[in-house]
Design a protein around this ligand. Structure first.
Ligand SMILES: *Cc1c(COP(=O)(O)O)cnc(C)c1O
Length: 386
């Protein structure tokens, strides 16, 4: 009996990819083992985040990085660092900070995750009109409109990294930097390709948020905030427990800008973003695996898994492996896609897959190799039964 069943919960085989509502993905045994080991020991969390900083800096090229409880937490912390900088007074006052609290965002990039900025205390200033229907054609936002919105109250620019995001990150960063304002990028799901670990920073982002529980394969409640050392260091002290005697605390060299702090903040706005030692170790283990495996090897592993499902004798006529995106997907256009998905979900074992454009879609990202045969068998049974 699984631990889920012991508590009366039905396990689900997740062919949707690393979605939060299904618990993300399955961790590699090496990652899980590292977390178990971390759970049997304690350490100074500042030392552990300094170690995380070294790994993240090596993998991303960033000056600094920390592990948070997710990409959403990383966006919140990133906003908090833009708002407070290295001023412990402002840190302690968040989210009710006075002055310089505006974050500029392109209206078409607004999304339900961006409330993390507001939670930190930011006021969002929208620019551009993503005009889709009025007739003159498609308008969105131009770089000059961002420049126009930047003023003495601006704490940062927020950017949602997606293929279709406009204006380009490079042009936004160029303008923001000219006006002395940092750019915070939500790149939660922009991996793979693993090149994005470096490319988004290289394009000019000052801070980048990645999800640890998506394709990196780390614990579901983990994320990365990386970028400029002063901003990442500010984020770190707004998350850590700093109930230490004055004079007993010392900034490690990984977070050297903290040496300038005139005092320590206490249980900052980022307290709810904290990652445990188990999550930090799990994330670092997964991140090293992700960076080492490389895109082509990962793609081959995923494609093999999908082939096993497609070829296992299941009568998936018309099923094909789509290779257009960063993740290969098994797509099966069938008039009964919705019905089959519902039957898979309610069957035993329960299998969750998506229906996209009338096709049943299977993502390999959150599957264990042994799940392939189970999915193939269930698809065969369903086809025979209908
Ligand atoms: C998944 C996602 C998030 C949230 O990531 P978590 O690690 O679950 O907090 C934020 N922003 C975007 C664009 C996402 O896709």
């Amino acid at each position: 009996m699984s631990v889920f069943e012991r508590f009366g919960v039905t396990p689900v085989i997740n062919a949707c990819g690393p979605v939060t509502r299904l618990g993300g993905g399955v961790m590699h045994p090496e990652v899980a083992a590292a977390m178990v080991e971390a759970s049997r020991l304690c350490c100074d969390m500042l030392d552990l985040q300094a170690a995380a900083c070294r790994v993240i800096a090596r993998v991303t090229g960033a000056e600094a990085g920390i592990v948070t409880s997710g990409a959403s937490a990383a966006v919140l912390l990133g906003a908090a660092s833009c708002l407070a900088g290295l001023d412990p007074g402002r840190m302690n006052r968040l989210p009710q900070v006075q002055g310089r609290r505006e974050i500029v965002v392109v209206r078409s990039q607004r999304n339900m995750y961006d409330r993390a900025l507001v939670v930190a205390g930011a006021q969002l200033i929208e620019v551009g009109i993503p005009d889709r229907y009025s007739g003159p054609g498609v308008r969105d936002a131009d770089a000059w409109e961002i420049e126009d919105a930047i003023g003495s109250e601006t704490a940062g620019v927020y950017y949602l990294a997606q293929k279709q995001s406009v204006p380009s990150l490079a042009s936004v960063a160029e303008i923001a930097h000219r006006r002395g304002v940092p750019v915070l990028v939500d790149a939660a799901a922009q991996l793979p390709p693993s090149a994005n670990l470096r490319a988004i920073l290289a394009e000019g982002a000052d801070l980048v948020a990645f999800s640890g529980g998506k394709a990196i394969g780390g614990p579901q409640a983990s994320g990365i905030l990386c970028g400029r050392a002063d901003l990442v260091s500010s984020a770190l002290v707004q998350m850590l427990d700093l109930d230490v005697r004055p004079g007993e605390w010392r900034a490690p060299q990984e977070f050297a800008p903290l040496a300038q702090l005139r005092g320590l903040p206490h249980h900052g706005i980022g307290r709810s973003c904290k990652a445990g030692k188990e999550e930090i170790i799990g994330l670092l283990t997964a991140l090293e695996r992700f960076a080492t495996e490389g895109d082509s090897e990962r793609r081959a592993r995923w494609t093999l898994l999908l082939k096993e499902i497609a070829d296992a004798g299941s009568p998936l006529s018309g099923a094909e492996i789509s290779v257009t995106g960063p993740v290969p997907l098994l797509r099966w256009p069938t008039l009964r896609a919705e019905q089959i998905a519902a039957a898979l979900r309610s069957g035993s074992p329960s299998i969750a897959c998506s229906v996209v454009d009338r096709a049943l879609q299977i993502s390999p990202v959150s599957l264990d190799p042994e799940h392939a045969a189970i999915i193939a068998r269930r698809l065969r049974e369903l086809s025979v039964a209908s």
